[in-house]
Ligand binder design. Structure first.
Ligand code: SF4
Length: 444
Protein backbone atom coordinates (compact mmCIF):
# COMPACT_ATOMS: atom_id res chain seq x y z
CA UNK A 1 0.00 0.00 0.00
CA UNK A 2 1.56 3.31 -1.08
CA UNK A 3 2.04 6.01 1.55
CA UNK A 4 0.64 9.52 1.09
CA UNK A 5 2.96 12.54 1.15
CA UNK A 6 1.98 13.56 4.69
CA UNK A 7 2.54 10.02 6.04
CA UNK A 8 5.98 10.07 4.42
CA UNK A 9 6.70 13.52 5.82
CA UNK A 10 6.05 12.21 9.35
CA UNK A 11 8.87 9.67 8.88
CA UNK A 12 11.40 12.16 7.43
CA UNK A 13 13.93 13.93 9.74
CA UNK A 14 12.36 17.39 9.13
CA UNK A 15 15.73 19.18 9.07
CA UNK A 16 14.90 21.07 5.86
CA UNK A 17 18.63 20.94 5.10
CA UNK A 18 18.17 20.70 1.29
CA UNK A 19 20.82 17.97 0.97
CA UNK A 20 18.38 15.78 -0.94
CA UNK A 21 18.13 18.49 -3.60
CA UNK A 22 14.69 19.65 -2.46
CA UNK A 23 14.07 22.87 -0.56
CA UNK A 24 12.12 21.21 2.26
CA UNK A 25 11.37 17.79 3.68
CA UNK A 26 7.76 18.26 2.62
CA UNK A 27 8.62 18.73 -1.07
CA UNK A 28 10.88 15.69 -0.85
CA UNK A 29 7.99 13.77 0.71
CA UNK A 30 5.72 14.82 -2.17
CA UNK A 31 8.29 13.60 -4.70
CA UNK A 32 8.68 10.30 -2.86
CA UNK A 33 4.91 9.85 -2.86
CA UNK A 34 4.85 10.40 -6.61
CA UNK A 35 7.70 7.92 -7.11
CA UNK A 36 9.92 10.71 -8.46
CA UNK A 37 12.70 10.52 -5.87
CA UNK A 38 14.73 7.88 -4.11
CA UNK A 39 14.92 7.55 -0.34
CA UNK A 40 18.71 7.24 -0.56
CA UNK A 41 18.91 10.95 -1.40
CA UNK A 42 18.25 11.83 2.24
CA UNK A 43 21.41 11.03 4.23
CA UNK A 44 19.67 11.27 7.63
CA UNK A 45 17.31 8.31 7.33
CA UNK A 46 18.15 5.25 9.38
CA UNK A 47 17.93 1.75 7.90
CA UNK A 48 14.51 1.11 9.36
CA UNK A 49 13.03 4.33 7.89
CA UNK A 50 14.72 3.59 4.56
CA UNK A 51 13.26 0.15 4.38
CA UNK A 52 9.73 1.36 5.29
CA UNK A 53 9.86 4.22 2.79
CA UNK A 54 11.76 2.35 0.09
CA UNK A 55 9.21 -0.43 -0.01
CA UNK A 56 6.35 1.96 -0.63
CA UNK A 57 7.81 4.88 -2.52
CA UNK A 58 10.23 3.45 -5.11
CA UNK A 59 8.69 3.15 -8.56
CA UNK A 60 6.95 -0.22 -8.58
CA UNK A 61 8.81 -1.14 -11.78
CA UNK A 62 12.52 -0.44 -11.63
CA UNK A 63 13.87 2.25 -13.93
CA UNK A 64 16.74 1.01 -16.09
CA UNK A 65 19.02 2.93 -18.41
CA UNK A 66 20.04 0.83 -21.40
CA UNK A 67 23.35 1.73 -23.01
CA UNK A 68 25.32 4.93 -22.61
CA UNK A 69 25.58 8.15 -24.58
CA UNK A 70 23.32 9.64 -27.19
CA UNK A 71 21.49 6.43 -28.14
CA UNK A 72 20.89 5.23 -24.58
CA UNK A 73 17.28 4.90 -23.49
CA UNK A 74 15.32 4.40 -20.31
CA UNK A 75 12.72 1.75 -19.56
CA UNK A 76 10.59 0.84 -16.57
CA UNK A 77 9.25 3.32 -13.99
CA UNK A 78 5.67 2.57 -15.00
CA UNK A 79 2.78 3.01 -12.61
CA UNK A 80 -0.42 2.03 -14.41
CA UNK A 81 -2.07 -0.78 -16.31
CA UNK A 82 -4.06 1.45 -18.67
CA UNK A 83 -2.77 4.51 -20.44
CA UNK A 84 -6.03 6.40 -19.89
CA UNK A 85 -5.33 6.27 -16.12
CA UNK A 86 -2.00 8.05 -16.54
CA UNK A 87 0.45 8.06 -19.38
CA UNK A 88 2.92 5.24 -19.98
CA UNK A 89 6.34 6.77 -19.37
CA UNK A 90 9.14 4.97 -21.16
CA UNK A 91 8.65 3.41 -24.59
CA UNK A 92 10.14 -0.03 -25.24
CA UNK A 93 13.48 -0.32 -26.97
CA UNK A 94 13.26 -2.30 -30.20
CA UNK A 95 16.52 -4.17 -30.80
CA UNK A 96 17.10 -5.69 -34.25
CA UNK A 97 18.56 -9.17 -34.19
CA UNK A 98 21.63 -10.58 -35.91
CA UNK A 99 23.15 -14.03 -35.59
CA UNK A 100 26.87 -14.63 -35.23
CA UNK A 101 26.59 -17.14 -38.11
CA UNK A 102 25.83 -14.29 -40.54
CA UNK A 103 28.66 -12.78 -42.56
CA UNK A 104 30.45 -9.73 -41.21
CA UNK A 105 28.97 -7.62 -44.01
CA UNK A 106 25.44 -8.71 -43.14
CA UNK A 107 25.96 -7.99 -39.46
CA UNK A 108 27.54 -4.60 -40.18
CA UNK A 109 24.70 -3.71 -42.52
CA UNK A 110 22.04 -4.31 -39.84
CA UNK A 111 24.07 -2.31 -37.32
CA UNK A 112 24.44 0.53 -39.83
CA UNK A 113 20.71 0.43 -40.48
CA UNK A 114 19.91 0.83 -36.77
CA UNK A 115 22.52 3.58 -36.53
CA UNK A 116 21.20 5.59 -39.50
CA UNK A 117 17.56 4.78 -40.24
CA UNK A 118 15.02 7.28 -39.01
CA UNK A 119 11.69 8.61 -40.14
CA UNK A 120 9.98 11.73 -38.92
CA UNK A 121 6.41 11.71 -37.69
CA UNK A 122 4.70 14.69 -36.04
CA UNK A 123 8.04 16.38 -35.70
CA UNK A 124 9.79 13.51 -33.94
CA UNK A 125 12.52 11.30 -35.40
CA UNK A 126 11.61 7.63 -34.85
CA UNK A 127 14.35 4.99 -34.76
CA UNK A 128 15.14 1.47 -33.66
CA UNK A 129 17.17 1.37 -30.48
CA UNK A 130 19.91 -1.20 -30.70
CA UNK A 131 21.22 -4.58 -31.77
CA UNK A 132 20.76 -8.06 -30.36
CA UNK A 133 23.52 -10.53 -31.17
CA UNK A 134 22.70 -14.25 -30.89
CA UNK A 135 25.38 -16.87 -30.30
CA UNK A 136 23.85 -19.35 -32.79
CA UNK A 137 27.31 -20.75 -33.60
CA UNK A 138 27.81 -21.77 -29.93
CA UNK A 139 31.44 -20.68 -30.40
CA UNK A 140 32.75 -17.97 -28.01
CA UNK A 141 35.28 -16.83 -30.64
CA UNK A 142 32.71 -16.47 -33.40
CA UNK A 143 30.36 -14.68 -31.00
CA UNK A 144 33.13 -12.28 -29.96
CA UNK A 145 33.89 -11.50 -33.63
CA UNK A 146 30.24 -10.70 -34.30
CA UNK A 147 30.11 -8.35 -31.31
CA UNK A 148 33.34 -6.74 -32.43
CA UNK A 149 31.84 -6.16 -35.91
CA UNK A 150 28.80 -4.42 -34.40
CA UNK A 151 31.00 -2.36 -32.07
CA UNK A 152 33.20 -1.27 -34.99
CA UNK A 153 30.14 -0.21 -36.99
CA UNK A 154 27.96 1.65 -34.53
CA UNK A 155 27.83 2.86 -30.95
CA UNK A 156 24.50 1.32 -29.95
CA UNK A 157 22.82 -0.35 -26.99
CA UNK A 158 23.34 -4.12 -27.18
CA UNK A 159 21.72 -7.33 -26.06
CA UNK A 160 24.01 -10.37 -26.00
CA UNK A 161 22.26 -13.75 -26.07
CA UNK A 162 24.25 -16.92 -25.38
CA UNK A 163 23.77 -20.17 -23.57
CA UNK A 164 27.16 -20.13 -21.85
CA UNK A 165 28.95 -17.63 -19.70
CA UNK A 166 32.14 -18.42 -21.64
CA UNK A 167 30.62 -17.04 -24.83
CA UNK A 168 29.26 -13.97 -23.04
CA UNK A 169 32.58 -13.34 -21.31
CA UNK A 170 34.45 -13.55 -24.64
CA UNK A 171 32.02 -11.10 -26.24
CA UNK A 172 31.97 -8.65 -23.33
CA UNK A 173 35.68 -8.01 -23.81
CA UNK A 174 34.70 -6.04 -26.94
CA UNK A 175 32.03 -3.96 -25.20
CA UNK A 176 34.30 -1.82 -23.00
CA UNK A 177 32.19 -0.01 -20.46
CA UNK A 178 29.07 -0.19 -22.57
CA UNK A 179 26.78 -2.06 -20.12
CA UNK A 180 25.01 -4.38 -22.57
CA UNK A 181 22.06 -6.50 -21.54
CA UNK A 182 23.03 -10.16 -21.19
CA UNK A 183 20.56 -13.00 -21.63
CA UNK A 184 19.78 -15.02 -19.56
CA UNK A 185 19.99 -16.07 -15.94
CA UNK A 186 18.11 -19.29 -15.22
CA UNK A 187 17.78 -21.39 -12.09
CA UNK A 188 20.78 -23.49 -13.12
CA UNK A 189 23.26 -20.71 -14.02
CA UNK A 190 22.17 -17.57 -12.16
CA UNK A 191 25.21 -17.36 -9.83
CA UNK A 192 27.69 -17.37 -12.74
CA UNK A 193 25.52 -14.95 -14.72
CA UNK A 194 25.30 -12.59 -11.75
CA UNK A 195 29.08 -12.72 -11.30
CA UNK A 196 29.53 -11.84 -14.99
CA UNK A 197 26.94 -9.05 -14.83
CA UNK A 198 28.65 -7.56 -11.78
CA UNK A 199 32.11 -7.84 -13.32
CA UNK A 200 31.07 -5.97 -16.50
CA UNK A 201 28.31 -3.76 -15.05
CA UNK A 202 25.72 -5.43 -17.32
CA UNK A 203 21.98 -5.51 -17.09
CA UNK A 204 20.77 -9.08 -16.69
CA UNK A 205 17.72 -10.83 -18.12
CA UNK A 206 16.14 -13.40 -15.80
CA UNK A 207 14.27 -16.18 -17.60
CA UNK A 208 11.61 -18.58 -16.26
CA UNK A 209 8.25 -19.61 -17.71
CA UNK A 210 6.49 -19.74 -14.34
CA UNK A 211 5.86 -16.38 -12.64
CA UNK A 212 6.49 -17.71 -9.13
CA UNK A 213 9.83 -19.10 -10.28
CA UNK A 214 10.58 -15.84 -12.09
CA UNK A 215 9.96 -13.80 -8.93
CA UNK A 216 12.13 -16.10 -6.80
CA UNK A 217 14.91 -16.06 -9.37
CA UNK A 218 14.81 -12.24 -9.60
CA UNK A 219 15.00 -12.08 -5.81
CA UNK A 220 17.98 -14.45 -5.80
CA UNK A 221 19.78 -12.38 -8.45
CA UNK A 222 19.12 -9.19 -6.45
CA UNK A 223 20.55 -10.94 -3.39
CA UNK A 224 23.66 -11.72 -5.45
CA UNK A 225 24.04 -7.96 -5.96
CA UNK A 226 22.52 -7.54 -9.44
CA UNK A 227 19.50 -5.27 -9.30
CA UNK A 228 19.33 -4.02 -12.87
CA UNK A 229 17.19 -6.91 -14.07
CA UNK A 230 14.72 -7.58 -16.86
CA UNK A 231 12.16 -10.38 -16.77
CA UNK A 232 11.77 -12.87 -19.61
CA UNK A 233 8.59 -14.88 -18.97
CA UNK A 234 9.47 -17.16 -21.91
CA UNK A 235 6.03 -17.07 -23.59
CA UNK A 236 5.04 -20.04 -25.77
CA UNK A 237 2.22 -18.25 -27.63
CA UNK A 238 0.70 -14.82 -28.10
CA UNK A 239 -1.91 -15.57 -25.48
CA UNK A 240 0.78 -16.76 -23.12
CA UNK A 241 2.65 -13.51 -23.57
CA UNK A 242 -0.39 -11.33 -22.91
CA UNK A 243 -1.36 -13.30 -19.80
CA UNK A 244 2.14 -13.36 -18.31
CA UNK A 245 3.10 -9.80 -19.19
CA UNK A 246 -0.20 -8.40 -17.88
CA UNK A 247 0.12 -10.42 -14.66
CA UNK A 248 3.68 -9.13 -14.14
CA UNK A 249 2.56 -5.53 -14.64
CA UNK A 250 -0.43 -5.93 -12.33
CA UNK A 251 1.48 -7.71 -9.55
CA UNK A 252 4.29 -5.16 -9.80
CA UNK A 253 2.30 -1.90 -9.81
CA UNK A 254 0.08 -3.02 -6.96
CA UNK A 255 3.29 -4.08 -5.14
CA UNK A 256 1.67 -7.47 -4.52
CA UNK A 257 4.86 -9.19 -5.71
CA UNK A 258 7.64 -6.57 -5.54
CA UNK A 259 10.12 -9.13 -6.87
CA UNK A 260 8.36 -8.83 -10.23
CA UNK A 261 8.98 -5.06 -10.28
CA UNK A 262 11.31 -5.09 -13.28
CA UNK A 263 10.85 -4.26 -16.99
CA UNK A 264 9.74 -7.12 -19.26
CA UNK A 265 11.91 -8.56 -22.04
CA UNK A 266 10.29 -10.08 -25.13
CA UNK A 267 11.98 -12.06 -27.88
CA UNK A 268 9.57 -11.49 -30.78
CA UNK A 269 12.06 -12.84 -33.30
CA UNK A 270 11.83 -16.50 -32.33
CA UNK A 271 8.21 -16.69 -33.34
CA UNK A 272 6.46 -17.18 -36.66
CA UNK A 273 3.96 -14.44 -35.71
CA UNK A 274 6.81 -12.00 -35.37
CA UNK A 275 4.94 -8.81 -36.29
CA UNK A 276 2.03 -9.68 -34.01
CA UNK A 277 4.41 -10.30 -31.10
CA UNK A 278 6.11 -7.00 -31.78
CA UNK A 279 2.81 -5.08 -31.83
CA UNK A 280 1.52 -6.81 -28.71
CA UNK A 281 4.83 -6.28 -26.97
CA UNK A 282 4.54 -2.54 -27.61
CA UNK A 283 0.96 -2.42 -26.38
CA UNK A 284 1.21 -4.90 -23.52
CA UNK A 285 4.08 -3.84 -21.36
CA UNK A 286 7.28 -5.15 -22.94
CA UNK A 287 10.23 -2.79 -22.32
CA UNK A 288 12.90 -4.41 -24.48
CA UNK A 289 11.76 -6.19 -27.64
CA UNK A 290 13.97 -8.31 -29.87
CA UNK A 291 12.92 -8.62 -33.50
CA UNK A 292 14.33 -9.46 -36.90
CA UNK A 293 15.04 -6.58 -39.31
CA UNK A 294 11.67 -5.35 -40.57
CA UNK A 295 10.38 -4.33 -43.98
CA UNK A 296 9.99 -0.56 -44.52
CA UNK A 297 6.21 -0.91 -44.06
CA UNK A 298 6.48 -2.89 -40.82
CA UNK A 299 9.13 -0.45 -39.58
CA UNK A 300 6.82 2.53 -40.02
CA UNK A 301 3.85 0.68 -38.56
CA UNK A 302 5.67 -0.49 -35.44
CA UNK A 303 7.46 2.79 -34.72
CA UNK A 304 4.23 4.71 -35.26
CA UNK A 305 2.36 2.36 -32.94
CA UNK A 306 5.00 2.85 -30.27
CA UNK A 307 4.84 6.62 -30.62
CA UNK A 308 1.05 6.58 -30.31
CA UNK A 309 0.96 4.32 -27.27
CA UNK A 310 3.58 6.35 -25.45
CA UNK A 311 2.04 9.79 -25.86
CA UNK A 312 -0.04 11.17 -23.02
CA UNK A 313 -3.68 10.68 -24.05
CA UNK A 314 -4.65 13.59 -21.80
CA UNK A 315 -2.26 16.01 -23.51
CA UNK A 316 -2.40 16.48 -27.29
CA UNK A 317 1.03 16.98 -28.83
CA UNK A 318 1.34 20.70 -29.41
CA UNK A 319 3.40 23.02 -31.58
CA UNK A 320 4.64 26.34 -30.29
CA UNK A 321 2.35 29.11 -31.55
CA UNK A 322 3.98 31.59 -33.93
CA UNK A 323 4.88 32.19 -37.56
CA UNK A 324 6.44 29.35 -39.56
CA UNK A 325 7.82 29.74 -43.07
CA UNK A 326 7.28 27.29 -45.90
CA UNK A 327 10.06 27.89 -48.43
CA UNK A 328 11.23 31.50 -48.60
CA UNK A 329 8.01 33.52 -48.62
CA UNK A 330 8.07 37.14 -49.82
CA UNK A 331 5.98 39.84 -48.15
CA UNK A 332 3.07 39.19 -50.49
CA UNK A 333 2.94 35.46 -49.71
CA UNK A 334 -0.25 33.91 -48.34
CA UNK A 335 -0.76 33.49 -44.58
CA UNK A 336 -2.50 30.29 -43.51
CA UNK A 337 -3.87 30.40 -40.00
CA UNK A 338 -4.38 27.17 -38.10
CA UNK A 339 -4.29 25.57 -34.65
CA UNK A 340 -1.31 24.23 -32.69
CA UNK A 341 -2.44 20.57 -32.69
CA UNK A 342 0.72 18.94 -34.01
CA UNK A 343 -1.05 16.50 -36.31
CA UNK A 344 -2.88 19.41 -37.99
CA UNK A 345 0.38 21.34 -38.27
CA UNK A 346 2.40 18.55 -39.84
CA UNK A 347 -0.40 17.45 -42.16
CA UNK A 348 -0.89 20.99 -43.47
CA UNK A 349 2.85 21.61 -43.64
CA UNK A 350 3.30 18.51 -45.82
CA UNK A 351 0.61 19.60 -48.29
CA UNK A 352 1.94 23.17 -48.39
CA UNK A 353 5.44 21.96 -49.12
CA UNK A 354 4.20 19.82 -51.98
CA UNK A 355 2.19 22.77 -53.40
CA UNK A 356 5.56 24.55 -53.88
CA UNK A 357 3.97 27.91 -53.02
CA UNK A 358 6.11 29.78 -50.47
CA UNK A 359 3.86 30.91 -47.63
CA UNK A 360 3.50 31.55 -43.91
CA UNK A 361 1.83 29.22 -41.44
CA UNK A 362 0.36 31.27 -38.61
CA UNK A 363 -0.17 29.01 -35.60
CA UNK A 364 -2.44 30.06 -32.75
CA UNK A 365 -2.58 28.50 -29.29
CA UNK A 366 -5.71 26.36 -29.02
CA UNK A 367 -4.07 24.22 -26.31
CA UNK A 368 -3.40 21.46 -28.78
CA UNK A 369 -7.01 21.05 -29.89
CA UNK A 370 -7.89 20.32 -33.50
CA UNK A 371 -9.70 22.98 -35.57
CA UNK A 372 -13.15 21.44 -35.19
CA UNK A 373 -12.82 20.86 -31.44
CA UNK A 374 -11.26 24.26 -30.84
CA UNK A 375 -14.06 26.05 -32.72
CA UNK A 376 -16.75 24.03 -30.91
CA UNK A 377 -15.21 24.63 -27.48
CA UNK A 378 -14.59 28.34 -28.01
CA UNK A 379 -10.78 27.97 -27.75
CA UNK A 380 -10.46 29.21 -31.35
CA UNK A 381 -11.89 32.74 -31.19
CA UNK A 382 -11.60 36.09 -32.93
CA UNK A 383 -9.90 37.65 -29.88
CA UNK A 384 -7.32 34.86 -29.82
CA UNK A 385 -6.55 35.61 -33.48
CA UNK A 386 -6.34 39.36 -32.84
CA UNK A 387 -4.00 38.89 -29.85
CA UNK A 388 -1.79 36.44 -31.76
CA UNK A 389 -1.43 38.88 -34.70
CA UNK A 390 -0.17 41.50 -32.27
CA UNK A 391 1.99 39.16 -30.22
CA UNK A 392 3.86 37.68 -33.18
CA UNK A 393 4.02 40.92 -35.22
CA UNK A 394 2.28 39.46 -38.26
CA UNK A 395 1.73 42.96 -39.69
CA UNK A 396 5.50 43.36 -40.04
CA UNK A 397 5.94 40.07 -41.88
CA UNK A 398 3.57 40.68 -44.80
CA UNK A 399 2.57 43.59 -47.02
CA UNK A 400 -1.11 42.52 -47.27
CA UNK A 401 -3.85 42.03 -44.66
CA UNK A 402 -5.44 38.72 -45.66
CA UNK A 403 -5.73 35.59 -43.54
CA UNK A 404 -6.68 32.19 -44.90
CA UNK A 405 -8.49 30.25 -42.18
CA UNK A 406 -9.37 26.53 -42.13
CA UNK A 407 -12.69 25.51 -43.69
CA UNK A 408 -13.96 24.22 -40.33
CA UNK A 409 -13.46 27.71 -38.83
CA UNK A 410 -15.76 29.33 -41.46
CA UNK A 411 -18.39 30.36 -38.82
CA UNK A 412 -15.77 32.67 -37.28
CA UNK A 413 -14.80 34.44 -40.51
CA UNK A 414 -17.02 37.51 -40.04
CA UNK A 415 -16.04 37.99 -36.41
CA UNK A 416 -12.33 37.64 -37.20
CA UNK A 417 -12.64 40.30 -39.93
CA UNK A 418 -14.45 42.70 -37.57
CA UNK A 419 -12.09 42.17 -34.64
CA UNK A 420 -8.77 42.16 -36.49
CA UNK A 421 -9.44 44.37 -39.49
CA UNK A 422 -7.90 41.66 -41.70
CA UNK A 423 -9.72 40.26 -44.71
CA UNK A 424 -10.55 36.57 -44.22
CA UNK A 425 -10.56 33.89 -46.92
CA UNK A 426 -12.07 30.55 -45.94
CA UNK A 427 -9.80 27.72 -47.02
CA UNK A 428 -10.75 24.10 -47.68
CA UNK A 429 -11.83 21.73 -44.92
CA UNK A 430 -9.41 19.08 -46.06
CA UNK A 431 -5.71 20.00 -45.94
CA UNK A 432 -5.18 17.84 -49.04
CA UNK A 433 -7.03 20.49 -51.09
CA UNK A 434 -4.88 23.43 -49.96
CA UNK A 435 -2.49 23.34 -52.92
CA UNK A 436 -5.30 23.52 -55.46
CA UNK A 437 -7.02 26.23 -53.38
CA UNK A 438 -3.90 28.43 -53.33
CA UNK A 439 -3.22 27.96 -57.04
CA UNK A 440 -6.79 28.99 -57.90
CA UNK A 441 -7.71 31.55 -55.21
CA UNK A 442 -4.58 33.33 -54.04
CA UNK A 443 -4.16 36.48 -56.07
CA UNK A 444 -2.62 39.52 -54.36
S1 SF4 B 1 17.93 15.71 3.05
FE1 SF4 B 1 16.43 14.76 4.41
S2 SF4 B 1 16.32 16.13 6.14
FE2 SF4 B 1 17.33 17.26 4.54
S3 SF4 B 1 15.64 18.36 3.47
FE3 SF4 B 1 15.93 16.46 2.41
S4 SF4 B 1 14.49 15.09 3.35
FE4 SF4 B 1 14.73 16.78 4.75
Amino acid sequence: MALKALDIYKILPKKNCKECGDPTCLTFAMKLAAGKADVDLCPYLDDNAKSVLGATTRPPIRRLKIGIGERSFTVGEEFVLYRHDKTFNNPPGIMLRVSDTQSRDEIASVAARVRDETFTRVGTGLMFNGITIINSSKSPQVFAKAVETVENTADLPLVLVAETTDALAAALVHCGTYRPIIHAATRSNYREMCALAKQHGCLLVVRAPDLDDLAILAKDCAAEGVQDLLLDPAPQSLNDFIVRSTAIRQLAITRTVPDLGYPVYLDAARNALRDAYLALGIVKYASVIICDPLSPEATKASLTLRQNIYTDPQKPIQMNPGIYRIGSPAKDAPVLLTVNFSLTFFTLEGYLESSRIPCFMFIIDTEGLSVLTAVASGKFSETLVRDAIKKFGLENEVSHRTLIIPGYAAPLSGRIEETTGWKVMVGPRDAADIGEFLHEEWKQ
